[in-house]
Structures are given as structure tokens and as C-alpha cells.
Design a protein around this ligand. Structure first.
Ligand code: ATP
Ligand code: MG
Length: 909
């Protein structure tokens, strides 16, 4: 029995023998193609060839492409688990002809491989061809129809014709397209999953699991124009796709893809962790959960490995949802704690040989998956609460139906798959409003579609049917200006290679040659000007579509016409800053690997004129020491003023050298390697840093000048981000900081060196005050008055004069003074003496109403007499006086003395 591994390599070898070049799978996250969230077919990486934008390096190709069908035109997510042959992640085996062979060979070889090499019974196979579609003038594919019976022994009655939906392939609304021919297999009546469904009849494309599509052969022979017309293409292409998992099931004689060696180890892993058994039944909650989890973990591993990170938007959101779906199904198996991450090594065991990248990134993927599972566990419990509330509302209602809004919120916010909400509803004898739910889903899809269409994409789609010229742009590595000629213009209407432009809106200029660097690989595009005899064009950004560089900006003066000679001048200072930041980014990656370890892998970067940003895998935050060490290592390399060498070489050679490639990046057969520390091409082995990189760099590390990390932060589970500065960005930063220090020195009246001490003291003082305020003053305002009032109530009266003497709890002098005033007012005729202790500091206050002052009582005199008792002194006016002292334990004595003195005066004794 063939293993999946043998089937994969058998496919590749079969086509290699027929002159095909093996092309590695492109990443599942199509970096640089914003029109597509995930790679969903083998043809994606060859799109530009079909569009005529780039010429192929070979006439025939073969590969096994990692595909993910979870969004957009191809979305099989909800199907997973319900049947045994639709996956989110699967491998698409494919062979390609780029204007080389055509239908006859494609059909003959597919048949040969399936029946002769792999021994599939010829009478179990069916073929389909395109039946034509009069509405759009699409002719029937008679050629394929004839060829099937001519080059293979299949009888005519097993070649069926189908319409546009199944058998005409189009990449988009415009562009290359053509009829396709599929090969289906009849697995026998036992396998039908629609048995007993009224009206069901097993047939090819009949919607049951008895007939399954194995292989699709697409013949790209037309180009659909803007007006919808079909033109016969000059070049003809073959693009085929066969699902490895489905073929493995057939060749391993299994009823389900999940019973093949691609899935069994994962299924067993789940059984071991959860203690449940997989029994291969459809429509069974437990088995369904097994299928979903084993499918989804593969998808999640490949997507995260290729650079997607669970998040709340775009690709990250899709991945988060898949993982949550798996997590939710885990509850069906009684799993409430993270467990899916434990399956990572199992999948790596199954597929790590064919896709080495998942082996290398396994630790990072585990960290991310576990942390997502943990945080979703918390969300999920809230989701279940929400479901219960929704169910209660539904029960109370007449319709006994969970509203579409609730179902959507569960789906959208809590990651509840719709079928799950339905299932849970069923258990409670409730229905779910599917119509409203679908309506809300559609609205969300519309929003997602609107959000994903960016300006640059509309430009690229507009120009896709026009053959854009290749811009010769190697000058970007050597010079800042060059002479060139205008080839044409790009605006919202598309590309044109005639006419002229004047001062107007945003436009793009295409030149025959340029020294402008177009945004790529994290490095921002150049700015500058394009000058002619009659005009000046400001280039605000530079981008690339296939091999064509587009200088985007506006006309500042005069006009430009196609064919005109111009000078392209890059803004030199800005470019220099970018170079410094880019070279520093390479040094940073090297230093991080030295300090943290080889597990540090680049997740993304942004190299601009003002700063550089580097995202990398790392389970924990860097410590302060690690950050310092990284900084110092980079600075040391800058001081050593080492040379950089950039060499273009075959990819295999670069890999042998150990040059670091960006994970998930798609590289051609030739790559450019940037080496630091090697004086020339022959000494690349001496370099300490070697990276695949197409960016612009300094000639020597010394040119970077300085380096500083200004921020280290987490951007998602297992991924950290460093922001750093060099060159003018660093100078500006230092100047700004200097200004802040100067301003603070002035404000705090101290030198820069003493600032820290000074602020430290201020903070301490402030803390102390705050404490005091909390324990005393806040309450004291009212407390002091309350206490004073109580003193008034029980005070002694002599001749109609209230003699109010007593101690207050800790308060402020102001509050105590207010209390004295209040007492004087309330009592009309009063002699008041109050004292309190504040942390060892004594305050005594005395106040006499005017009638007493007229009688000769003087507050100032009184306090002067009693203050020495508390070891202090004081004085004041006859009406009001104050004294301080150092002996709180003597306050009572002082107050007694005051009482004596006042009584003496009042009674005259
Ligand atoms: P189906 O009708 O079965 O969904 P499809 O028409 O979507 O298939 P194509 O887009 O033609 O399939 O893809 C080419 C091949 O890839 C198919 O013949 C099939 O073998 C395989 N394939 C497609 N979708 C999936 C999937 N979700 N899981 C596994 N294999 C798939
Ligand atoms: Mg499909």
C-alpha cells in the first residue's frame, strides 16, 4: 500500500520524467498578493505567467501546493467534518504547461498515472467536459470530448458534459480563462451519504459522497476582455489540480480521507489526549469533532508557520476563527483546557519531511496555539452564557426560535460555528432563524470585500490584461539618478502607453529604466522627482506590479508625454536613511539570534527613512540586559566598519551557504544574498550575516553611524516587535530628548545631572503629602469643625462667655483656624484655645471675641505664655494667635495652663 508520502513523490516523479520542473509549494499566506487571503489553488503562484506579466522560467512544472479554502470564492470551512473529503487545508498536486503541451497530453498523462501507475480500476473513473454556454458565446469543448475517447480507453458514455458552473474556469471577471475537464471516481453504492433522501440519485456532480472529484484539468485558452468578450489566447496553458488526501484515500482503499495515514496519527493523538474513540461515523457529534479538530490543526499550523498570526482582522481573523472552531468542537470531547497545541508534534511527524518549515517553526506554533486556546477558553464560557440567554428568550417567544442576530453574534464574537448553534438549539427543541443569520453573514462578507479592495489593487487589476513592460531597475542598487524614457501612465482607468499628463490628480509613471526602489520586502519605496525639459513630477511612492515599476505621485510643473526622455532622481537623503535602517535591521536579526537563540525568526519588518521595525518569534519579552546586549552587539559591528557584499546566485547555492530566508516568502530560482563582513563575492563564507534580500544597503556598517532600540513590545502571542533608530532618526530623537531634559532642568531649577535625584525627592515628598492628605486633611475639614462643635456643647460658661478649650485630632493649621473662627461666631462671646499634634509638630491656636479683647484679654499674650510648655514659641494679634511646639505629650498641660489664665482674667481672681 502506498503511503501519502509515496503518492506525493510518485506524482512529482511521474511528471518530472515527462520533462516537468519541480517548483516548491508557494506559501499558504500569499505575501505580496493582497487580492487573496490564502493560497487556494496550485495556480496562484503562476498567476502572473497566465496574465502575461512575467515569462516562465520553464515550459512545464509540477508541484504539491499547500492550499487553504476558508475564505472568498473557495470556502469549504463549514463542510469540514460533515463529509469525509473536504478539508480546509489540503495539498493540491498539479502539473502545468506554459504554452507547451495542451489537452491531449494532460488527459493522457492523468489517465496513465491514475490507472497504470497507481492501478485505479479504469471502470470506476468518469470524465467531464465543458458543455458550452450560449449566453456568453462559450463553445462546447469538443476537443477534450474527442480526446478522452481517443487518448484513453474510457467509453464515451462515461464522458459527461456539464455547464459553466462546474466546467469553465475563470480567474476573475476579466483575464485568462477556459474550459476544464474533471476526473471523478465512483466509490460504489455503499459509500453514498444521501441514501434514503427523497429524490436523490447517485451521479457525477450529484451531490453525494459516492462520486468524488479527484482531479481537475483546466485548459486556459481565452482571455476575457473588459467588455466581456472572449479572445483566443496566443499562448495556451494547462493548469491541473488533484487533491492528495482524496487520492490517498482511494489508493489506501479507505472510505474516508480521515482514515488515511495523513490523518490517522492526528485522530489517534486526539483519542489519546481526550480519551474518546473515533468510530468514523458521519452525523455523529464525537466523530465529527475528531474530523474537525484534525483538519483544523493542520490548517492552523501551516498558516501560522507561513506568517499568519491569530488576530482580529484579515488573515489573522480567519485563522483565529478556525482555531476557535476546533476549540469549540474540543468541548464535545470534554476538553475545557488547552489541548490542541499538543497535536503540533503529531502533524509535524506526518508532514515535516515534505514541508520542512513546519518542523522548524513547531515551537513557535505551539506557543501561539496554546495561548489562543487559553484566551478563547475564557471567551467560550461567556459565549455559552450568551447562548443560554438567547435560548431563554427563544423559549419565551412564540416562534421558539433563536434570533438570527443572536446566532450571528455567537458566530462572529464567540466563534460558534452556525451548525453548533443549531445543534445546541436542537437539544433544547428550538429552531434558529437561518434566513436572518445568512442575511447578516452576507452583509459581513460585503464589508470584508469592500475592506479588502485597496487602491493599489484596483490599479493592478486594471492593468492586468495589458502586458506591462518590465522596468529595468537594477540601477536602484548603484545610482541615485538616471536617464530614462516614459513608457506610459497608470491611473484609475488603467494603463496607457500614449498621450500625456498635466497637473492633475494622482497618477503613476512607468519608465523603461529607473533607479527608484519599489516597495518590497518590508523596505519602503523611494521618493524623488522625475524631470523633463518641460516638467517636474513629484514621486510620492514607488510600487511594483509584476516586473513593472510604477512611480506614483503628481505633476508639479508642466506636462509629460509618453515616449519623452526624462531624468529620474531619487531623494538622496531619504534613501540614505533607509539604507542605514535596512543594514541595521540585518545586524539586529543577527544580534538577536546571538543573544536569544536561533529560534528568533523574522515575522515581518518595516524599513523606512525614520525608523526600523523588526518583528520576530520569541516566547518571552527580552530582559533589560538582553536588550542592552543586542544594542551593544550591533554597535560593535558598526564600529568595526565591516564591508557589505550583495551577490545574485542560484537559490540552492545560497541555501547551502546558510543564508537566512524570510519564512513563507516566495523566492525564484535566483536569489540575491546580502552578506555583512565579506569583502567580496569570493569571501562570502567569512560573512557573519547572510540574508536573502532584495533591498538597498550601506556599503559598510560604519555608515550606519549609531543604533538605538527605543521600544520592545509584544504584538501577539509569541511575537515581539523591536523599534530602533539609526542616522538622522537617531539624531532627531536625541535632540528631542535633550530639549526635554533642558526644559525640565529649568522647571526644577537644577542641572541635568541632578534631575533624577531631584525628581526622586519630589516623588517621595509627593507620596508623603498624599498620604497625609488621605489620613488627615481630607476628613479634617469637617472633622475639625465637628470636634470643635462638640467642645462648644460641653464647654464651661463664665459670665455668658464660652470657654472652649480642647485637643483636636491631627488636622491642618487652616482647618483649625477655621474651627476657631466658627466657634467665635457661634458662641458670640468666646475664649477659644485649641491644640493638635501633627506627626510630632504641635500647633496651639487661641482666639478671643472682641468683647473679651475689650476687657483686656489678648490671644497673642496667651500663646506666648503657654507655648514654652510644649517647647515652642509664637504670638499674634489679640483676636487670634498661634504657636508651634515640639512636645505633643505636653499639649494637655499647655491647654490646662491656658484655662487657668483665662479664668483668672474673666473672674478677675
Ligand atoms: P469539489 O467540487 O469537490 O469541492 P472543487 O471543484 O472545488 O472540488 P477544484 O477547485 O477543481 O475542486 O480543485 C482541484 C482538486 O483539489 C479537486 O479535484 C479535489 O481533488 C481537490 N480539492 C478541492 N477542494 C478540496 C478540499 N476542500 N479538500 C480536499 N481536496 C480538495
Ligand atoms: Mg469545492
Amino acid at each position: 500500500m502506498l503511503s501519502a508520502e509515496q503518492i506525493r513523490s510518485g506524482f512529482i516523479d511521474f511528471f518530472k520524467d515527462k520533462g516537468h520542473e519541480f517548483v516548491p509549494s508557494s506559501p499558504i499566506v500569499p505575501i505580496g498578493d493582497e487580492t487573496l487571503l490564502f493560497t487556494n489553488a496550485g495556480m496562484n503562484q503562476f498567476k502572473d505567467i497566465f496574465l502575461g506579466l512575467v515569462s516562465p522560467e520553464y515550459g512545464r512544472a509540477v508541484n504539491s501546493q499547500k492550499c487553504l479554502r476558508v475564505s472568498g470564492k473557495h470556502n469549504d470551512l463549514e463542510q469540514v467534518g460533515k463529509d469525509t473529503y473536504h478539508h480546509t487545508f489540503f495539498e493540491m498536486l498539479g502539473n502545468w504547461s506554459f504554452d507547451d503541451y495542451f489537452k491531449a497530453e494532460a488527459i493522457e498523462w492523468a489517465w496513465e498515472l491514475l490507472t497504470k501507475v497507481w492501478g485505479i480500476a479504469p471502470d470506476s473513473l468518469w470524465a467531464t467536459v465543458f458543455a458550452g454556454y450560449d449566453g456568453e458565446g462559450l463553445p462546447r469543448d469538443d476537443e477534450a470530448d474527442r480526446l478522452w475517447t481517443k487518448v484513453t480507453p474510457i467509453p464515451a458514455e462515461r464522458v459527461l458534459a456539464f455547464g459553466k458552473k462546474g466546467n469553465f474556469w475563470e480567474m476573475g471577471d476579466i483575464g485568462p480563462c477556459g474550459p476544464c475537464s474533471e476526473i471523478h471516481i465512483d466509490l460504489g453504492p455503499d459509500v453514498c451519504d444521501k441514501k434514503g433522501v427523497p429524490g436523490h440519485k447517485c451521479a457525477v456532480n450529484g451531490g453525494c459522497s459516492r462520486f468524488i472529484e479527484l482531479w481537475n484539468l483546466v485548459f486556459i485558452q481565452y482571455n476575457r476582455t473588459d467588455e466581456g468578450r472572449l479572445l483566443e489566447l496566443g499562448a495556451k496553458y494547462v493548469d491541473t489540480g488533484a487533491g492528495l488526501e482524496r487520492i490517498a484515500a482511494v489508493l489506501q482503499k479507505k472510505k474516508s480521507n480521515y482514515d488515511t495515514d495523513l490523518f490517522m496519527p492526528i485522530v489517534e493523538g486526539i483519542a489519546e489526549i481526550t480519551g474518546h474513540k473515533y468510530t468514523s461515523r458521519l452525523n455523529n457529534n464525537i466523530d465529527n469533532a475528531f474530523r474537525v479538530i484534525s483538519d483544523h490543526i493542520r490548517a492552523v499550523i501551516f498558516a501560522i508557520t507561513d506568517g499568519a498570526t491569530p488576530s482580529n482582522e484579515g488573515r489573522g481573523y480567519v485563522i483565529r476563527r478556525i482555531l476557535r472552531r476546533a476549540s469549540r468542537f474540543g468541548r464535545e470531547l470534554g476538553m475545557h483546557e488547552p489541548f490542541i497545541y499538543k497535536l503540533v508534534p503529531v502533524v509535524v511527524d506526518c508532514l515535516g519531511e515534505a514541508f520542512g518549515e513546519i518542523k522548524e517553526r513547531a515551537d513557535h506554533v505551539s506557543t501561539v496555539v496554546e495561548s489562543e486556546e487559553a484566551s478563547f477558553g475564557r471567551t467560550l464560557d461567556r459565549g455559552i452564557e450568551l447562548f443560554n440567554a438567547a435560548a431563554k428568550r427563544a423559549k419565551a417567544g412564540r416562534e421558539k426560535t433563536i434570533s438570527g442576530e443572536d446566532a450571528f453574534q455567537l458566530y462572529d464574537t464567540y466563534g460558534f460555528p452556525f451548525d453548533l448553534t443549531e445543534l445546541m438549539a436542537e437539544e433544547r427543541n428550538l429552531k434558529v432563524d437561518t434566513v436572518k443569520f445568512n442575511e447578516l453573514m452576507e452583509e459581513q462578507r460585503q464589508r470584508a470585500r469592500a475592506a479588502s479592495v485597496k487602491d493599489s489593487i484596483s490599479i493592478s487589476e486594471k492593468v492586468s490584461v495589458t502586458i506591462l513592460s518590465k522596468t529595468e531597475d537594477l540601477h536602484k542598487y548603484h545610482v541615485d539618478d538616471c536617464d530614462s524614457k516614459i513608457v506610459g501612465f497608470v491611473d484609475e482607468k488603467g494603463f496607457r502607453n500614449d498621450g500625456n499628463i498635466e497637473v492633475e490628480g494622482e497618477v503613476g509613471i512607468v519608465l523603461d529604466r529607473t533607479c527608484f526602489y519599489a516597495e518590497a520586502g518590508g523596505q519602503i519605496g523611494d521618493c524623488g522627482i522625475i524631470k523633463s525639459e518641460h516638467g517636474k513630477f513629484i514621486v510620492e511612492s514607488t510600487t511594483k506590479i509584476a516586473n513593472c515599476v510604477i512611480h506614483q505621485g503628481h505633476v508639479a510643473e508642466g506636462s509629460f508625454s509618453a515616449g519623452e526622455k526624462v531624468k529620474a532622481i531619487v531623494s538622496r537623503e531619504r534613501r540614505d536613511s533607509i539604507k542605514k535602517n535596512h543594514t541595521a535591521t540585518h545586524l539586529l536579526q543577527w544580534a538577536l539570534q546571538k543573544v536569544v537563540g536561533k529560534s528568533v525568526a523574522q515575522q515581518g519588518s518595516l524599513v523606512g527613512p525614520d525608523y526600523l521595525r523588526f518583528d520576530f518569534t520569541c516566547p518571552k519579552a527580552l530582559t533589560g540586559e538582553q536588550t542592552k546586549e543586542v544594542e551593544n552587539l550591533v554597535r560593535q559591528k558598526i564600529t568595526e566598519d565591516l564591508p557589505l557584499t550583495c551577490v545574485v546566485m542560484p537559490r540552492a547555492e545560497a541555501e547551502k551557504l546558510g543564508a537566512m530566508a524570510l519564512f513563507g516568502e516566495k523566492y525564484g530560482s535566483e536569489v540575491r544574498v546580502v552578506a555583512i563582513g565579506a569583502a567580496d563575492e569570493k569571501l562570502l563564507g567569512d560573512a557573519f550575516s547572510r540574508e536573502f534580500c532584495g533591498g538597498t544597503h550601506c556599503d559598510n556598517t560604519g555608515q550606519i553611524g549609531g543604533f538605538k532600540i527605543i521600544k520592545e513590545e509584544s504584538i501577539s502571542a509569541g511575537v515581539r516587535r523591536i523599534t530602533a533608530l539609526t542616522g538622522s532618526g537617531l539624531t532627531n530623537y536625541l535632540e528631542d530628548r535633550g530639549e526635554i531634559v533642558d526644559k525640565l532642568s529649568v522647571m526644577l531649577k537644577t542641572s541635568a545631572e541632578e534631575l533624577v535625584d531631584r525628581v526622586d525627592r519630589l516623588i517621595k515628598e509627593n507620596k508623603k503629602l498624599a498620604k497625609k492628605l488621605k489620613s488627615g486633611a481630607g476628613r479634617a475639614g469637617s472633622d475639625a469643625k465637628d470636634e470643635a462643635k462638640k467642645l462648644l456643647e460641653k464647654c464651661e460658661k463664665i459670665d455668658g462667655t464660652s470657654v472652649i478649650i480642647g485637643c483636636l485630632s491631627t488636622t491642618s493649621v487652616e482647618q483649625a483656624r477655621e474651627a476657631v473662627d466658627m466657634l467665635k461666631k457661634k458662641a458670640k462671646s468666646a475664649a477659644v484655645v485649641l491644640g493638635f499634634d501633627d506627626d510630632g509638630k504641635v500647633t496651639l491656636l487661641a482666639g478671643f471675641t472682641d468683647d473679651l479683647v475689650r476687657k483686656g484679654l489678648k490671644a497673642g499674650v496667651l500663646v506666648r505664655e503657654i507655648a514654652p510648655i510644649v517647647d515652642g514659641g509664637g504670638g499674634g494679634r489679640p483676636q487670634m494667635a498661634q504657636a508651634g511646639g515640639k512636645k505633643p505629650e505636653k499639649i494637655k498641660d499647655a491647654l490646662n495652663k491656658a484655662r487657668e489664665l483665662i479664668k483668672e482674667k474673666l473672674t478677675g481672681s
